[in-house]
Write a protein that binds this ligand. Structure first.
Ligand code: SF4
Ligand code: SF4
Length: 62
């Protein structure tokens, strides 16, 4: 399954990716974005494109 790889050190917990993800994959947990529903990720890459910090580095396919 695809899932976004988030660099927690770069994440500002702004929530833009949470709002941008069409599948509801991402949530802010303990001051960082986390893929809480990664099974729903469609690898659309919208979160990567929208993140102002460049904190979402890649979409990994398991
Ligand atoms: S790649 Fe698309 S579906 Fe997957 S977490 Fe990012 S915005 Fe959501
Ligand atoms: S858009 Fe980027 S900086 Fe903002 S919460 Fe998501 S991963 Fe973190």
């Amino acid at each position: 399954m695809p899932r976004p790889i988030i660099n927690e050190d770069d994440c500002s917990a702004c929530g833009i990716c949470v709002d941008a993800c069409p599948e509801g994959v991402l949530e802010i947990v303990s001051d960082t974005a986390e893929a809480v529903n990664e099974d729903d990720c469609s690898a659309c890459a919208t979160c990567m494109e929208e993140c102002p910090m460049g904190a979402i580095e890649e979409i990994e396919e398991d």
